[in-house]
Design a protein around this ligand. Structure first.
Ligand SMILES: [Ca+2]
Ligand SMILES: [Ca+2]
Length: 393
């Protein structure tokens, strides 16, 4: 009898379990799932140069809703905030920085999904310049000619464009930096439609403060410090030293800075390290002997600045070294550019005048000669005077 009841009871229990399971399945309310988000462009870890076109593309699909509409696909950067909406668009104005890019989309039930990538936007290409020895100055242009050693360094392909200047300046002002001048886009007056023209109307002291701001924003060590201070971040020059303050260079810093006069002429005339363009010609003479092909000067500029990089580059790949806008150098003017050495450490901020190089769009050929030395008071700003960046190698 016991055996029989066991035979009957066990199948009954199994049947109950099966029934209860199927009942549970029938009363299950389907769970609304969050959308699946995928960024297909840019790629995680991708690098861009400032001003490059960045293509944003992604997908957002949802189990219940299907493909989600563009309007709910929201792209943001932790550096630049809102970037745009939709499955595909482009931007050319991302700030110089490492960006955490996020695509977020929300379905009709309010559930959200995200995907992230990290990209880096760097300033225009920097050209590594090998160290070496050269003769600064040129007979008939600037004498005496003096042999100088130049350490390896990096220099920007282009003069600093207004769009980058303004991006960094406004960031810096919001953090307590003080500039004398706001700068403008070349010869272009407000509202500055030609934002890729070189920045002009900025003084030497503005450049020093701006270089430190770009270094700080880029996570690099600032180069310029208030004179006599210890070279720690708190003492980096953030306020244009207009009241007699002065600043000095930290030569080991990896941040952005002005070229020295020696670096500028070395890079302007460099061919291969053993030969150099003649100092009585324009930068890039060995690449193209026509001044009009290499430089914006009074005969071809139409009386205005031009966007960087439109003419022939010199042997190092540097554009507009001669012409377009004058370029501030670090050095205080001394009668002989090679003395006292080392050039890189010459001169307090208050020292006058400072060196400018390369001539400009409104001047004739003699000013475009690579050994020609110009000077300007350190607080002067002019509509044909800008700068380009250097870094220690
Ligand atoms: Ca859903
Ligand atoms: Ca120039």
């Amino acid at each position: 009898m016991k055996k029989l009841s066991a035979i009957l009871i066990i199948p009954a229990i199994i049947a109950l379990i099966i029934i209860s399971c199927s009942e549970e399945e029938e009363i299950n309310v389907p769970i609304d799932s969050a959308p699946d988000i995928a960024i297909t462009s840019p790629a995680d870890g991708e690098y861009f140069m400032f001003g490059d076109t960045v293509h944003f593309a992604g997908t957002a699909t949802d189990n219940e809703d299907g493909a989600l509409p563009d309007s709910v696909m929201v792209w943001t950067s932790d550096q630049d905030s809102a970037l745009g909406t939709g499955r595909a668009f482009t931007r050319t104005d991302l700030s110089v920085n490492t960006h955490q890019i996020e695509l977020k989309a929300t379905d009709s039930s309010g559930k959200s999904g995200t995907d992230q990538v990290s990209i880096t936007v760097e300033f225009y290409g920097f050209v590594p310049v090998p160290g070496g020895t050269f003769d600064i100055g040129y007979v008939g242009v600037y004498e005496p000619v003096e042999q100088l050693d130049v350490e390896p360094f990096q220099i920007s392909e282009l003069e600093v464009p207004y769009i980058l200047w303004e991006q960094i300046r406004s960031w810096a002002v919001s953090r307590g930096y003080i500039f004398i001048n706001d700068g403008q886009a070349g010869t272009n007056l407000p509202p500055f439609t030609d934002q890729y023209h070189p920045v002009t109307e900025i003084s030497w002291v503005d450049c020093v403060v701006w270089c430190n701001a770009l270094s700080e924003k880029s996570g690099l060590t600032p180069v310029y410090y208030y004179a006599g201070s210890s070279h720690i971040p708190a003492n980096a020059c953030r306020i244009a030293p207009v009241t007699g303050d002065s600043c000095e260079v930290e030569p080991t810093a990896d941040g952005y800075r002005l070229p020295t006069e020696a670096e500028w002429e070395y890079a302007a005339r460099y061919i291969d390290g053993s030969s150099f363009d003649p100092g009585d010609q324009h930068s890039g003479y060995s690449v193209n002997s026509s001044l009009s092909s290499c430089a914006w000067y009074d005969n071809n500029s139409g009386g205005q600045t031009h966007q960087g990089g439109e003419l022939v580059a010199n042997a190092l790949g540097l554009y507009d070294m001669s012409g377009n806008v004058w370029e501030w150098c670090w050095d205080e003017y001394h009668q002989n550019p090679g003395s006292p050495a080392p050039v890189f450490q010459l001169g307090p901020a208050a020292g006058n005048p400072r060196i400018i190089r390369g001539g400009s769009y409104q001047l004739p050929q003699p000013y475009c000669r690579t050994s020609f030395r110009g000077t300007a008071q350190h607080t002067i700003a002019n509509f044909d005077l800008g700068f380009r960046l250097c870094r220690n190698d």
